[in-house]
Design a protein around this ligand. Structure first.
Ligand code: NAD
Ligand code: AHE
Ligand code: ZN
Length: 368
C-alpha cells in the first residue's frame, strides 16, 4: 500500500513529506493507522545527527496513537479496529529481561529495532525502490506503519488520539520515572532539571506522589509559569544563580531526596547528582546525551551515599502499564491537555522542530 510520511532523508535537513510504499504485516506484526503523533526531543536529537544509532533515510516518530487495520499470521492479542499506542519499549513477557521482573527493557527485538528493521531483518518502508528505515520500532511520522505485536499497547477506545499519543513517550517517561524508577514517597523533596515535555510530567508525577518541595530548574524563564501549573513549588534559573548546586541543597534542606535530569546535558547531569542529599539522595537520568558525551563526578559523591541511575520509558512495561496511564488521564488523575501547545497537520511537521528548539512549545502534536 501507499502511505504519506515525513521522511528524514539526511541528518540536519528538514523532513520531506512523500508517499512511501509500505508492505503489509508479516507473521507476528500489525498494520496500524497512526491518527496522531507527538514530537519528542529525541526525534530532534536523531534528526540533528546526535544519535549513535541514527539511520537515514528513515521515518522518525515514536510517540503515536492509532488503530489496528490488519494483523499478520499468528497475532492474537490485538485485532483490526483496536486502538493502540506503539511501544518503542516492547513487552514480550518471555525474554530474560521481561521474566526478571527487574526491568522494563525487553530485549526480544532490541537488536533489529536499533538497526531500523523489523524482527525478520527487513524494512516495510521503501521509496522509489530504496529502503527507508524504521525508527525506534515505531515510525509514527507515517500515516500507516507496521509494528511487531509485542510493540503495541491496546488502550480504551474513548481516549482521544491527539492526547493519548503523548502517553507513547513523554507522559509515561516523566510520570513513570517518579512512580516506577524513583518511587518518590510522600514528603520527599524533588529537583527537576529541564521543564519541557518530559520535565513537566516529572513534576506532575511528583505532585501526584505527594512530594513536599518540587524544585524546577530551567534556563528558560518562561518555564516558571509552566512548572507552577503542574505543582512546582520553587523555580531556579541557573543563568541568574551563582552556585546552582549550593542553592538547591539549601532550598531542599540538605539536598534532594530525588533529582531528575530532563535536559540531556551532561554538565546538568552532574549538578543533578551533586544536589542530592548526602547519604541517600538519588539522581535519575532521563535526558539522552549526544553521541560521545560522558558523565563525570568525584567518586566521593557516591562514597557519601548519593546514587546515580537512569530510566528509559519511565520504567514502564508497555503493554501492562500504558493502558493504565491512559486510564489515569481519562479519570483526571494526570493532565495532558494543557501540555499540548501546538496541533498541526503532517505538512507542517518541521515547524514542530523549530518551536521545540526555540523553547516555544511543550508538545506539538501532528493529527493525520
Ligand atoms: P524539551 O526540549 O521539551 O525540554 C528540554 C528542557 O530543558 C527545555 O525547557 C530547556 O529550556 C531545558 N534546558 C536545556 N538546557 C538546560 C540547562 N542547561 N539547564 C536547565 N534546563 C535546560 O525536551 P523533552 O522532550 O522534554 O526531552 C528532554 C530530554 O529527555 C531529551 O534529552 C530527550 O531526548 C530525553 N528523553 C528521554 C526519554 C527516556 O526514556 N529516557 C524519553 C523521552 C525523552
Ligand atoms: N539510541 C541512543 C539512545 C537513545 C535512548 O536512550 N533512547 C531511550 C528512549 S528516548 C525516548 O524519547 C531508550 O529507550 N533507551 C533504551 C534503549 O534500549 O534504547 C544511543 O545512545 O545509541
Ligand atoms: Zn520520546
Amino acid at each position: 500500500m501507499k502511505t504519506r510520511a515525513a521522511v528524514a532523508f539526511e541528518a540536519k535537513k528538514p523532513l520531506e513529506i512523500v508517499e512511501l510504499d509500505l508492505e503489509g504485516p508479516k507473521a507476528g506484526e500489525v498494520l496500524v493507522e497512526i491518527m496522531a503523533t507527538g514530537i519528542c526531543h529525541t526525534d530532534a536529537y536523531t534528526l540533528d545527527g546526535l544519535d549513535s544509532e541514527g539511520l537515514f533515510p528513515s521515518v522518525l516518530g515514536h510517540e503515536g496513537a492509532g488503530i489496528v487495520r490488519e494483523v499478520g499470521a499468528g497475532v492474537t492479542s490485538v485485532k483490526p479496529g483496536d486502538h493502540v499506542i506503539p511501544l518503542y519499549t516492547p513487552e514480550c513477557r518471555q525474554c530474560k529481561s521481561c521474566l526478571s521482573g527487574k526491568t522494563n527493557l525487553c530485549t526480544a527485538i532490541r537488536a533489529t529495532q536499533g538497526k531500523g528493521v523489523m524482527p525478520d531483518g527487513t524494512s516495510r518502508f521503501s521509496y522509489k525502490g530504496q529502503t527507508i528505515y524504521h525508527y525506534m520500532g515505531c515510525s509514527t511520522f507515517s500515516n500507516f506503519t507496521v509494528l511487531p505485536e509485542i510493540a503495541v499497547a491496546k488502550i480504551r477506545e474513548d481516549a482521544p488520539f491527539d492526547k493519548a499519543c503523548y502517553v507513547g513517550c513523554g507522559v509515561t517517561t516523566g510520570v513513570g520515572a517518579v512512580v516506577n524508577t524513583a518511587k518518590v514517597q510522600v514528603g520527599d523533596n524533588v529537583v527537576v532539571f529541564g521543564l519541557g515535555g518530559i520535565g513537566l510530567n516529572v513534576i506532575q508525577g511528583a505532585k501526584m506522589a505527594g512530594a513536599d518541595k518540587i524544585v524546577g530548574v530551567d534556563i528558560n524563564p518562561a518555564k516558571k509559569e509552566w512548572g507552577e501549573k503542574f505543582g512546582m513549588t520553587h523555580f531556579v534559573n541557573p543563568k541568574e544563580t551563582k552556585d546552582v548546586v549550593a542553592h538547591l541543597v539549601e532550598l531542599t534542606d540538605g539536598g534532594a531526596d530525588y533529582s531528575f535530569d530532563c535536559t540531556g546535558n551532561t554538565d546538568v547531569m552532574r549538578q543533578a547528582l551533586e544536589c542530592c542529599h548526602r547519604g541517600w539522595g538519588t539522581s535519575v537520568i532521563i535526558g539522552v546525551a549526544e553521541a560521545g558525551k560522558e558523565i563525570s563526578t568525584r567518586p566521593f559523591q557516591l562514597v557519601t551515599g548519593r546514587n546515580w541511575r537512569g530510566t528509559a520509558f519511565g520504567g514502564a512495561k508497555g503493554r501492562t502499564d500504558v493502558p493504565k496511564i491512559v486510564e489515569w488521564y481519562m479519570n483526571g488523575k494526570i493532565q495532558i491537555d494543557p501540555m499540548i501547545t501546538h496541533v498541526m497537520k503532517l505538512d507542517q511537521i518541521n515547524d514542530a522542530f523549530d518551536l521545540m528548539h526555540a523553547g516555544e512549545s511543550i508538545r506539538s502534536v501532528v493529527v493525520y
